[in-house]
Design a protein around this ligand. Structure first.
Ligand code: G3P
Length: 216
Protein backbone atom coordinates (compact mmCIF):
# COMPACT_ATOMS: atom_id res chain seq x y z
CA UNK A 1 0.00 0.00 0.00
CA UNK A 2 1.24 3.48 -0.88
CA UNK A 3 1.32 6.26 1.73
CA UNK A 4 0.31 9.78 0.72
CA UNK A 5 0.13 12.74 3.08
CA UNK A 6 -3.12 14.70 2.99
CA UNK A 7 -2.04 18.30 3.54
CA UNK A 8 -0.76 21.43 1.84
CA UNK A 9 1.53 22.21 4.80
CA UNK A 10 5.13 22.14 3.54
CA UNK A 11 6.61 21.44 7.00
CA UNK A 12 4.32 18.42 7.48
CA UNK A 13 5.13 17.18 3.97
CA UNK A 14 8.85 17.52 4.68
CA UNK A 15 8.56 15.73 8.04
CA UNK A 16 6.67 12.79 6.50
CA UNK A 17 9.02 12.68 3.51
CA UNK A 18 12.06 12.60 5.81
CA UNK A 19 10.71 9.34 7.28
CA UNK A 20 11.42 7.81 3.88
CA UNK A 21 8.01 6.19 3.55
CA UNK A 22 6.10 8.86 1.62
CA UNK A 23 4.79 8.02 -1.87
CA UNK A 24 2.83 11.18 -2.65
CA UNK A 25 0.66 14.08 -1.53
CA UNK A 26 -3.02 14.97 -1.79
CA UNK A 27 -4.45 18.43 -1.29
CA UNK A 28 -7.87 19.99 -1.59
CA UNK A 29 -9.18 23.59 -1.58
CA UNK A 30 -9.83 23.48 2.18
CA UNK A 31 -6.26 22.33 2.89
CA UNK A 32 -4.80 24.99 0.53
CA UNK A 33 -6.93 27.73 2.14
CA UNK A 34 -5.78 26.58 5.60
CA UNK A 35 -2.19 27.37 4.54
CA UNK A 36 -3.25 30.82 3.29
CA UNK A 37 -2.51 30.04 -0.39
CA UNK A 38 -4.43 32.58 -2.51
CA UNK A 39 -4.43 33.62 -6.16
CA UNK A 40 -3.67 31.51 -9.21
CA UNK A 41 0.08 32.24 -9.35
CA UNK A 42 0.55 31.33 -5.68
CA UNK A 43 -1.55 28.20 -6.07
CA UNK A 44 0.52 26.97 -9.04
CA UNK A 45 3.75 27.87 -7.22
CA UNK A 46 2.66 25.98 -4.11
CA UNK A 47 2.04 22.83 -6.15
CA UNK A 48 5.47 23.27 -7.76
CA UNK A 49 7.03 23.59 -4.27
CA UNK A 50 5.30 20.37 -3.16
CA UNK A 51 6.52 18.56 -6.30
CA UNK A 52 10.06 19.75 -5.57
CA UNK A 53 9.86 18.24 -2.05
CA UNK A 54 8.34 14.83 -2.83
CA UNK A 55 9.18 12.37 -5.57
CA UNK A 56 5.67 10.98 -6.03
CA UNK A 57 2.18 11.77 -7.24
CA UNK A 58 0.73 15.11 -6.11
CA UNK A 59 -3.03 15.63 -6.41
CA UNK A 60 -4.01 19.18 -7.38
CA UNK A 61 -7.74 19.90 -7.40
CA UNK A 62 -9.64 21.86 -10.04
CA UNK A 63 -11.79 24.67 -8.64
CA UNK A 64 -14.32 24.93 -11.46
CA UNK A 65 -17.36 22.70 -11.92
CA UNK A 66 -18.15 22.88 -15.64
CA UNK A 67 -16.50 20.63 -18.22
CA UNK A 68 -14.64 23.23 -20.33
CA UNK A 69 -13.26 25.16 -17.35
CA UNK A 70 -12.19 21.93 -15.61
CA UNK A 71 -10.31 20.85 -18.74
CA UNK A 72 -8.54 24.23 -19.07
CA UNK A 73 -7.67 24.28 -15.37
CA UNK A 74 -6.52 20.66 -15.39
CA UNK A 75 -4.23 21.28 -18.37
CA UNK A 76 -2.54 24.14 -16.47
CA UNK A 77 -2.15 22.01 -13.33
CA UNK A 78 -0.77 19.03 -15.27
CA UNK A 79 1.78 21.31 -16.95
CA UNK A 80 3.36 22.19 -13.57
CA UNK A 81 5.13 18.83 -13.15
CA UNK A 82 4.95 15.27 -14.47
CA UNK A 83 3.85 14.04 -11.01
CA UNK A 84 0.72 16.19 -10.87
CA UNK A 85 -2.52 14.21 -10.80
CA UNK A 86 -5.58 16.36 -11.56
CA UNK A 87 -8.19 15.98 -8.82
CA UNK A 88 -11.74 16.22 -10.14
CA UNK A 89 -15.02 16.14 -8.15
CA UNK A 90 -17.54 13.32 -8.64
CA UNK A 91 -20.14 15.29 -10.60
CA UNK A 92 -21.51 14.83 -14.13
CA UNK A 93 -19.11 17.30 -15.76
CA UNK A 94 -16.35 15.85 -13.60
CA UNK A 95 -16.86 12.40 -15.13
CA UNK A 96 -16.77 13.96 -18.63
CA UNK A 97 -13.58 15.80 -17.70
CA UNK A 98 -11.95 12.65 -16.28
CA UNK A 99 -12.70 10.85 -19.57
CA UNK A 100 -11.19 13.80 -21.50
CA UNK A 101 -8.07 13.80 -19.31
CA UNK A 102 -7.76 10.00 -19.68
CA UNK A 103 -7.99 10.25 -23.48
CA UNK A 104 -5.34 12.98 -23.43
CA UNK A 105 -2.81 11.25 -21.17
CA UNK A 106 -3.46 13.29 -18.03
CA UNK A 107 -3.84 11.31 -14.82
CA UNK A 108 -6.77 11.99 -12.49
CA UNK A 109 -7.99 11.47 -8.94
CA UNK A 110 -11.79 11.39 -8.67
CA UNK A 111 -12.64 12.98 -5.32
CA UNK A 112 -15.68 13.24 -3.04
CA UNK A 113 -16.66 9.61 -3.56
CA UNK A 114 -19.15 8.18 -1.06
CA UNK A 115 -20.67 5.16 -2.84
CA UNK A 116 -19.72 2.11 -4.89
CA UNK A 117 -21.82 3.40 -7.78
CA UNK A 118 -19.76 6.58 -7.92
CA UNK A 119 -16.57 4.48 -7.83
CA UNK A 120 -17.79 2.44 -10.83
CA UNK A 121 -18.40 5.64 -12.84
CA UNK A 122 -14.95 7.00 -11.96
CA UNK A 123 -13.31 3.74 -13.07
CA UNK A 124 -15.33 3.64 -16.30
CA UNK A 125 -14.10 7.17 -17.10
CA UNK A 126 -10.53 5.95 -16.57
CA UNK A 127 -9.64 7.73 -13.31
CA UNK A 128 -6.15 6.82 -12.10
CA UNK A 129 -7.33 7.08 -8.49
CA UNK A 130 -10.73 7.08 -6.79
CA UNK A 131 -10.99 8.75 -3.38
CA UNK A 132 -13.65 7.37 -1.01
CA UNK A 133 -13.85 9.70 2.02
CA UNK A 134 -14.03 7.08 4.73
CA UNK A 135 -13.99 9.43 7.75
CA UNK A 136 -16.92 11.41 6.39
CA UNK A 137 -18.78 8.16 5.60
CA UNK A 138 -18.29 7.12 9.23
CA UNK A 139 -19.48 10.58 10.34
CA UNK A 140 -22.78 9.94 8.56
CA UNK A 141 -23.28 6.62 10.39
CA UNK A 142 -22.27 4.41 7.46
CA UNK A 143 -19.15 2.25 7.38
CA UNK A 144 -16.23 3.79 5.47
CA UNK A 145 -14.12 0.63 5.61
CA UNK A 146 -17.00 -1.45 4.27
CA UNK A 147 -17.14 0.97 1.32
CA UNK A 148 -13.43 0.34 0.58
CA UNK A 149 -14.05 -3.43 0.73
CA UNK A 150 -17.02 -3.13 -1.64
CA UNK A 151 -15.13 -0.99 -4.18
CA UNK A 152 -12.11 -3.32 -3.97
CA UNK A 153 -14.37 -6.34 -4.61
CA UNK A 154 -16.04 -4.70 -7.61
CA UNK A 155 -12.77 -3.46 -9.13
CA UNK A 156 -11.18 -6.91 -8.66
CA UNK A 157 -13.95 -8.93 -10.29
CA UNK A 158 -14.41 -6.37 -13.08
CA UNK A 159 -10.69 -5.86 -13.73
CA UNK A 160 -10.70 -2.07 -13.31
CA UNK A 161 -7.21 -0.50 -13.09
CA UNK A 162 -8.28 2.51 -11.00
CA UNK A 163 -6.44 2.60 -7.67
CA UNK A 164 -8.45 2.98 -4.48
CA UNK A 165 -7.14 5.93 -2.47
CA UNK A 166 -8.61 5.85 1.05
CA UNK A 167 -9.14 9.51 2.02
CA UNK A 168 -10.57 11.43 4.96
CA UNK A 169 -8.45 9.27 7.26
CA UNK A 170 -8.86 10.35 10.88
CA UNK A 171 -6.61 7.98 12.83
CA UNK A 172 -4.04 5.19 12.68
CA UNK A 173 -6.74 2.48 12.89
CA UNK A 174 -8.31 3.83 9.68
CA UNK A 175 -4.93 3.24 7.98
CA UNK A 176 -4.63 -0.34 9.24
CA UNK A 177 -8.23 -1.18 8.33
CA UNK A 178 -7.89 0.44 4.87
CA UNK A 179 -4.81 -1.72 4.26
CA UNK A 180 -6.79 -4.83 5.29
CA UNK A 181 -9.70 -3.80 3.05
CA UNK A 182 -7.45 -3.61 -0.01
CA UNK A 183 -6.88 0.13 -0.47
CA UNK A 184 -3.97 0.73 -2.86
CA UNK A 185 -3.20 4.08 -1.22
CA UNK A 186 -3.96 5.75 2.11
CA UNK A 187 -3.78 9.53 2.27
CA UNK A 188 -3.39 10.68 5.85
CA UNK A 189 -2.69 13.75 7.96
CA UNK A 190 0.76 13.69 9.58
CA UNK A 191 -0.74 12.86 13.02
CA UNK A 192 -2.32 9.65 11.71
CA UNK A 193 0.94 8.56 10.08
CA UNK A 194 2.86 9.23 13.31
CA UNK A 195 0.06 7.50 15.24
CA UNK A 196 1.15 4.22 13.65
CA UNK A 197 4.41 4.45 15.63
CA UNK A 198 2.74 4.48 18.99
CA UNK A 199 2.42 1.57 21.39
CA UNK A 200 2.81 1.90 25.19
CA UNK A 201 4.71 -1.41 25.40
CA UNK A 202 7.29 -0.04 22.93
CA UNK A 203 7.86 2.98 25.22
CA UNK A 204 8.05 0.81 28.37
CA UNK A 205 10.33 -1.71 26.65
CA UNK A 206 12.69 0.96 25.32
CA UNK A 207 12.92 2.70 28.71
CA UNK A 208 13.90 -0.63 30.32
CA UNK A 209 16.48 -1.40 27.59
CA UNK A 210 18.05 2.05 27.98
CA UNK A 211 18.17 1.63 31.76
CA UNK A 212 19.77 -1.81 31.45
CA UNK A 213 22.18 -0.51 28.80
CA UNK A 214 23.80 1.61 31.53
CA UNK A 215 24.75 -1.65 33.31
CA UNK A 216 26.40 -3.11 30.23
O1 G3P B 1 -8.53 13.74 1.20
C1 G3P B 1 -9.78 14.20 1.61
C2 G3P B 1 -9.68 14.73 2.98
O2 G3P B 1 -8.83 15.82 3.01
C3 G3P B 1 -10.93 15.05 3.65
O3 G3P B 1 -10.67 14.84 4.98
O4 G3P B 1 -10.98 15.04 7.38
O5 G3P B 1 -11.85 16.84 5.82
O6 G3P B 1 -12.95 14.61 5.93
P1 G3P B 1 -11.67 15.37 6.08
Amino acid sequence: MKFFIDTANLAHIKEANDLGILDGVTTNPSLMAKEGIKGQDNILKHYADICALVDGDVSAEVLSTDFSSMVEEGKKLAAIHKNIVVKVPMIKDGIKAIKWFTDNGIRTNCTLVFSAGQAILAAKAGASYVSPFIGRVDDSNWDGIQLIEQINHIYSIQGFDTQILAASIRNALHIVRSAEAGAHVCTCPLDSILGLLKHPLTDIGLAKFLEDAKKM
